[in-house]
Write a protein that binds this ligand. Structure first.
Ligand SMILES: C[S@@+](CC[C@H](N)C(=O)[O-])C[C@H]1O[C@@H](n2cnc3c(N)ncnc32)[C@H](O)[C@@H]1O
Length: 167
């Protein structure tokens, strides 16, 4: 059984995190009246934690590491390993942590290109991406999505998610 840390702080953090919409920081978020009709994101999240569709998968997780991607890949890479990488958005690294500097995107791409295992890497497109992962060599899957209201400007309501696979 894994040892749990500070559960009270974790639950407060989770509550705040689940009250903001994608692309909004907590400081900029506004009050949304759910009118007693709609479930809050917090309640939706709790429902998921109780739903067998998800709990059956969660119960099968035997180990969780908190490592930088470089150490994680070094530790687990083998021909039987699958890595899903969802790095900070390009040019938005400050959103997350100072540890993931701009150069880190190139380093991550070089690391992934050298592994024995399989990877799926998600990004929003940027010009260097197809230079690092040529479309002729890697499997690019693209999906259009509707941006949240907060980032809706003329002509930018649709975004494109990219998934790059080495298989
Ligand atoms: C686009 S978000 C991914 C969000 C995640 N898929 C989720 O659903 O919560 C980028 C994540 O990369 C993490 N990150 C930053 N530097 C990292 C590093 N060196 N190694 C691994 N993850 C890192 C950030 O903390 C952040 O959670």
């Amino acid at each position: 059984m894994p040892r749990l840390g500070d559960v009270e702080t974790a639950s407060k953090y989770m509550y705040i995190e689940t009250q903001t919409f994608s692309g909004l920081t907590i400081e900029k978020a506004k009050f949304v009246d759910l009118k007693g009709i709609y479930k809050s994101k917090y309640e939706q999240f709790i429902d998921k934690l109780e739903n067998p569709k998800y709990t059956n998968k969660i119960d099968n997780i035997t180990n969780i590491d908190n490592l930088s991607y470089a150490d994680c890949i070094k530790k687990y890479d083998s021909k039987y390993t699958f890595f899903y990488c969802d790095p900070p958005y390009f040019n938005m690294e400050d959103y997350y942590t100072k540890e993931f500097g701009h150069d880190e995107h190139l380093k991550l791409s070089e690391t992934l290109k050298s592994i024995k295992g399989k990877f799926a890497l998600s990004y929003y497109d940027f010009p260097l991406l197809s230079k690092w992962f040529p479309k002729s060599k890697y499997n690019w899957q693209e999906k259009a999505f509707n941006r949240q209201n907060s980032s809706k400007k003329v002509g930018t309501a649709k975004g494109k998610e990219i998934l790059i696979l080495n298989y």
